[in-house]
Write a protein that binds this ligand. Structure first.
Ligand code: DAH
Length: 343
């Protein structure tokens, strides 16, 4: 009877002495001792031959042997798994192509803005900017917009609560005033940026959008300079072959005009876009009103200049033939991804 006890102890010693060196050897170890036909099963089977008064003792011994085997198995399994996932320079293929990293893309509004900035910088304009939270004076007064002008209405402008005279700029034109206050002519700037209007959101308008402002002040600047500069822009930006300037009104320019580009009516798309006229409105412009120059500290008897302003979203819709302005603000990656090749 002492044989089965001795046998169990012998097996325990064997288990302790076992030294599996890799995952396969460990699996063989498991099958040998812990498998369904393994040695421990056999040891348990010997129970029948153990006298009743020693069965309990034998059971405890076999359990201890089993525990030794299980602990060894679990510890080694953990060790081999950790080794398998560890970085091993010997298995690294330095000639394999890299994993592609997902990269973002520029927003179509940013792409359009960059294009506009690029075209005007090649004509000698430099970029200027001003604050989005603007004061009443720069946004309206300096832009020759009278106190009772409807644009000043709460319906159209977001005023800052608890900060009298402060508002979210409704256009980029106040940058004109800020630049003129601080610099001497010649001045040749463009000012891209965000503007805000209290408008109901529709397919064509939004409360927050972007504009680019342009300003050129020097001695002897004429309407002909304005026309040539804008024609150059229309050619570069849209490939336009013809522009026209229609008389218009803006408080800060005199005379004022709106510029259309010629698309023609050859295609159905252009026919619809131009409402059958062939002409598409692009921007507002004019000669800087002498009252504006004077308010901003520039002598209108010595200097003259032109200004222009345009909404960037509108140009982006045109450039990429996007049907609904809201797509530009929703940040839906399925939409934005389509511009990943644009710079
Ligand atoms: N500020 C005008 C707007 O928001 C656009 C504009 C028109 C700007 C004529 C100008 C300009 O500088 O000369 O609608």
């Amino acid at each position: 009877m002492s044989d089965v006890f001795a046998n169990a102890r012998q097996i325990q010693a064997e288990i302790t002495a076992e030294n599996p060196e890799n995952a396969e050897q460990l699996e063989a170890f498991r099958i040998k001792y812990l498998g369904s036909k393994g040695i421990l099963k056999n040891l348990m089977g010997e129970m029948a031959s153990v006298p009743n008064d020693r069965k309990r003792e034998y059971g405890q011994l076999v359990n201890a042997v089993k525990q030794t085997a299980e602990e060894k198995f679990l510890a080694l399994r953990e060790q081999f798994e950790a080794q398998a996932s560890a970085f091993d320079i010997r298995t690294l293929d330095l000639t394999a192509p890299g994993e592609p990293l997902p990269i973002g893309s520029r927003h179509p509004v940013a792409v359009t803005m960059n294009r506009i900035v690029d075209i005007f910088s090649r004509m000698g304009f430099s970029v200027a900017d001003g604050p989005e939270i603007e004061d009443d004076w720069h946004n309206f007064t300096a832009m020759n917009t009278p106190e009772d002008h409807p644009a000043r209405d709460m319906q159209d402008t977001f005023y800052v609560v608890d900060a009298p005279g402060m508002l979210l700029r409704t256009h980029t034109s106040p940058v004109q005033a800020r630049v003129m206050e601080n610099r001497k002519p010649p001045i040749r700037i463009i000012a891209p940026g965000r503007v805000y209007r209290n408008e109901t959101i529709s397919t064509r308008s939004h409360c927050q959008f972007h504009q680019v402002e342009g300003l050129y002040i020097d001695k002897g600047v004429s309407f002909a300079d304005l026309k040539q500069t804008l024609f150059n822009f229309a050619q570069e930006m849209f490939g336009a072959t013809k522009i026209r300037l229609r008389p218009s009104f803006f408080p800060f320019t005199e005379p004022s005009a709106e510029m259309d580009i010629w698309l023609g009516t050859d295609t159905e798309k252009n026919y619809r876009l131009t409402k059958g006229t062939g002409w598409l409105e692009i921007l507002g412009c004019g000669m800087v009103d002498p009252a504006v120059l004077e308010m901003c500290g520039i002598d209108p008897t010595e200097y003259s200049g032109f200004a222009f302003g345009m909404g960037i979203e509108r140009q982006a819709l045109r450039l990429y033939e996007i049907g609904d302005i809201r797509l530009l603000f929703e940040n839906d990656v399925r939409f934005l991804r389509q511009f990943s090749s644009a710079i």
